[in-house]
Design a protein around this ligand. Sequence first.
Ligand SMILES: Nc1ncnc2c1ncn2[C@@H]1O[C@H](COP(=O)(O)OP(=O)(O)OP(=O)(O)O)[C@@H](O)[C@H]1O
Ligand SMILES: [Mg+2]
Length: 148
Amino acid sequence: MPVVHTSRSEAETRRLAQALATTLKPGDQILLTGDLGAGKTAFVRGLADGLGAPVDEVSSPTFTLVQEYRGGRLVLYHADLYRLTRAAAEDLGLEEIGLRDGVLAVEWPDRLEHVAADAICVGIEWIDETSRHITIERLTARRAPHDG
Ligand SMILES: Nc1ncnc2c1ncn2[C@@H]1O[C@H](COP(=O)(O)OP(=O)(O)OP(=O)(O)O)[C@@H](O)[C@H]1O
Ligand SMILES: [Mg+2]
């Protein structure tokens, strides 16, 4: 079941992300969807906060496609695929990232061919200048019909 929150400030969005971060386990993928300026990068700053990694430098990874934030409970890998084609995104080999020691947060995950079956989907919807609806839902692998 998706959980929908209303955030009324960037700080509130970061606090939501911090709370989510405390539940993350190695190998988790966080897929962030929402328009330009919705608050995806702001959410990633909150994830870094919650993991205990220094956040000063979390910005849109314009020049490096995948940024790493170390020093927290888990390594946070942050990819922004906005400028990539699906083929280029595939070449990054993101599936292999973060399986042991970290978690992967992806902006514009529609560029990905494959996502984890239990990925956490975070949808951020712009309501007005300071308000956002934030939907958080962990995917569950669909069971075959005769699995009971
Ligand atoms: N409730 C809110 N939650 C998050 N950000 C907010 C909120 N209210 C205002 N903002 C502002 O919205 C902007 C969000 O920018 P951010 O870079 O996080 O967006 P983004 O989704 O990563 O965009 P892009 O697709 O360009 O990378 C910031 O300027 C932030 O201060
Ligand atoms: Mg961004």
